[in-house]
Write a protein that binds this ligand. Structure first.
Ligand code: ADP
Ligand code: ASP
Ligand code: MG
Length: 411
């Protein structure tokens, strides 16, 4: 009997009525004879509210900051929805059981708040399948080597689902959300966006890592590493097959650009007057990575006559304070003049596998931004992506004009 993993995001389980509707989608697949493992997020808004409360305590007393307690608090949202979903299924006369990260267990490694799933024990789920029991797994959480609850980063339930699909050798992992697939850009940002019926793993990973939160980046990495077939589907239009993410070549390879992504949570840090000698960049980036801080764009300018360099990089705005503190702590071991930081920035990216074969794409992007009088602060590129850092207030304009200039409305 084939196994399916069905994941329901926050808006799909945002109320008891919505949980009941999602249970109907599960029932339909169950009645077709599949064995089903469901992964649920917290009800929409719940995780943000929990984090707000944590921040209220932390802002009053900086010593209260403790990532292990953060995890214990934010993981509670998924505990509620997994129990409610199991009840909703039982109400439809389907045997179901909820499972928290520590109960299966879902083992994780790394630091609290940014843990990484290393293994999912599926024995209890498989035993349930023998009696046609549906497993309802709490997304986003696991258990760490210290035996405590961990979480795996915002949007992490996507990765719980894909990792579980791999552990169970599932036929498919369906990600049910509030849009019916992956679009040329965020449908909230522009008119005339086009739904992609298929997208390659490599383009999806660039889209996600540049901010398209419809799939969390680590879930796409897991799909690639374990060859899991992922479909992004709408909870509100469940008959629509959505977007298939696979290793097939993209359907619009002839186009240089397939999508525009943006991320509004960017902060820029510049270390001024660093001594120009081997090992300095390694010291800085090792210190940041030890705290699981994800550095993205990096630019370094050397002043050869002065044997000095300026180092600029971006981090998620939520990690800005901690990053500046790490640089402060390093001041005694590495020599630099000062650190300047800036937030209220966005990163806007164009992505496309077709970029490899078509010259002039960067020039066209920069020209479009300049015609709109949008200043570029930092640029970074990969083989199939160009990203720019700009003033956050100009994000919508930049996304819309790039979407139009690369004719993404005409797929
Ligand atoms: P869930 O709560 O189901 O996990 P998310 O809010 O994390 O849902 O992701 C879905 C959202 O992703 C959509 O509502 C949409 O605004 C946003 N999004 C950003 N970029 C894209 C894109 N390229 N295609 C589709 N949705 C996108
Ligand atoms: N509830 C978590 C979050 O809001 C995880 C998820 O929804 O995937 O980030
Ligand atoms: Mg999500």
């Amino acid at each position: 009997m084939s196994i399916l993993v069905l994941k329901f995001g926050g808006t799909s389980v945002g109320s008891v009525d919505l949980i009941k509707s999602a249970a109907q989608i599960i029932k339909k697949e169950y009645d077709l004879g599949h064995n089903i493992a469901v992964v649920v997020s917290a009800m929409s808004g719940t995780t943000n509210k929990l984090i707000e409360n944590i921040n209220l305590i932390n802002s009053e007393n900086k010593n209260a900051h403790d990532d292990a307690e953060y995890d214990a608090i934010v993981a509670s949202g998924e505990q509620i929805t997994s129990g409610l979903m199991a009840l909703a299924l039982k109400d439809l006369n389907i045997d179901a059981r909820s499972w928290l990260g520590w109960q299966l267990p879902i083992y994780t490694s790394g630091n609290h708040r940014h843990s990484v799933i290393s293994k999912i024990e599926d024995e209890k789920i498989i035993n349930g399948f023998k009696n046609r029991q549906v497993a309802v797994v709490a997304g986003f959480q696991g258990v760490g080597s210290d035996g405590r609850i961990t979480t795996i980063g915002r949007g992490g339930s996507d990765n719980t689902a894909v990792f579980l699909a791999s552990a169970l050798n599932a036929e498919r992992c369906d990600i049910y959300t509030d849009v019916n697939g992956v679009y040329t850009t965020d449908p909230r940002m522009a008119d005339n966006v086009k739904r992609l019926n298929k997208i390659s793993y490599e383009e999806m990973i660039e889209m996600s890592s540049q901010g398209a939160k419809v799939l969390q980046t680590s879930s796409v990495e897991s799909a690639i590493n374990h060859n899991v077939k992922v479909q992004v589907r709408s909870t509100f239009h469940p008959d629509d097959m959505g977007t298939v993410i696979s290793d097939e070549v993209m359907n619009n390879e002839s186009k240089a650009v397939s999508g525009v992504a943006y991320s509004k949570d960017e902060a820029k840090i510049t270390v001024i007057g660093l001594v120009d000698q081997p090992g300095i960049a390694a010291t800085i980036f090792n210190a940041l990575s030890n705290k699981s801080i994800n550095v993205d764009m990096i630019v370094q300018n050397n002043f050869i006559e002065r044997k000095e360099t300026n180092l600029t990089f971006t981090v998620p705005v939520t990690d800005l304070d901690q990053s500046v503190k790490i640089l402060d702590d390093l001041k005694s071991s590495i020599n630099y003049e000062k650190v300047i930081s800036e937030n209220n920035l966005s990163k806007v990216s164009i992505i496309g596998a077709g970029m490899r074969n078509q010259p002039g794409i960067a020039a066209k992007m920069f020209d479009c931004l300049s015609k709109n009088n949008i200043n570029i602060e930092v640029i970074s590129t990969s083989e199939i992506k160009i990203s720019v850092l700009i003033d956050m207030a100009r994000t919508e304009e930049a996304v819309r004009s790039l979407h139009q200039i690369f004719e993404l409305d005409k797929l």
